[in-house]
Design a binder for this molecule. Structure first.
Ligand code: ADP
Length: 233
């Protein structure tokens, strides 16, 4: 069996900090807090999230709405989407020496595509343009906790988030739990192979944020500070 290729180092002057985990694991809350704190420390920070780019949004939306996507076309369209985000949003500030805070990165595609049955080695090859981040914070929570937070936040569970396209169950919540369990298994596997920094995300917001700040301090030692915070939306 072919081995999954590890991502190459980026070699740019900036720093790339990535937040990964299940929906409801609390990663967006922490990414926003860390970004603001870094900015208050004087670092030049650029914040970017995983949402469809102008280039692919309409085709992905249409494909999803009409049920036209297979695991392969789902994967390839999202890879195009991420390539666009990477080249237009992530790479320029990384080159310019910013701390780039990414709410989801290529690992999100790795786990989703694997959960849909795509071959991990094939998926990695497609994403070989994406360099290894300086840190991948993986917000590890049991599926039950992420579901509880999701329900409490009153965010509607979407069809594809629940993996309904896979026919795991006719019931949205049951399908969501099964699909998220698959995603968690894959995240837990990548945590070892890709050396994620695993965060026990069942804890309270403040103690998680303290841990993140301690972790990034050495990474930013001797790193130049500026004064601007940019946001991509
Ligand atoms: P994600 O980006 O992983 O989907 P969010 O940061 O959006 O997660 O958080 C999902 C919900 O859980 C929000 O309502 C948020 O306020 C809440 N939440 C975030 N972190 C925690 C935490 N450590 N403990 C309890 N609830 C949290």
């Amino acid at each position: 069996m072919r081995a999954e290729r590890s991502l190459p180092n980026h070699g740019y002057p900036g720093r790339l900090l990535v937040f990964e985990g299940l929906d409801g694991s609390g990663k967006s809350t922490q990414a926003a807090l860390l970004g603001k704190w870094l900015q208050a420390q004087g670092y030049r920070v650029f914040f970017t999230e995983w949402n469809s780019s102008e280039l692919t949004a309409s085709v992905i939306r249409r494909g999803k709405k009409k049920g036209l996507l297979t695991p392969t076309t789902f994967s390839l369209l999202h890879a195009t989407d991420f390539a666009d985000r990477f080249e237009r949003r992530i790479l320029p500030p990384l080159r310019a020496g910013y701390v780039v805070v990414c709410d989801r990165y290529a690992f999100t595609a790795f786990v989703r595509d694997a959960a849909r049955g795509c071959e991990p080695v094939w998926v990695r090859t497609i994403y070989s343009f994406a360099p290894r981040p300086d840190r991948v914070f993986y917000f590890q929570v049991p599926v039950a906790v992420s579901l509880k937070r999701k329900i409490a936040s009153r965010l509607k569970i979407k069809y594809y988030e629940a993996g309904m396209d896979l026919g795991l169950s006719d019931d949205l919540q049951e399908s969501y739990e099964r699909f998220q369990t698959r995603l968690k298994q894959e995240y837990d596997r990548l945590a070892k192979s890709d050396e994620f920094t695993v965060i026990d995300a069942t804890r309270d917001v403040e103690s998680i944020q303290r841990e993140l700040r301690e972790d990034v301090r050495p990474l930013l030692k001797d790193f130049p500070t500026g004064e601007r915070l940019l946001h991509d939306s």
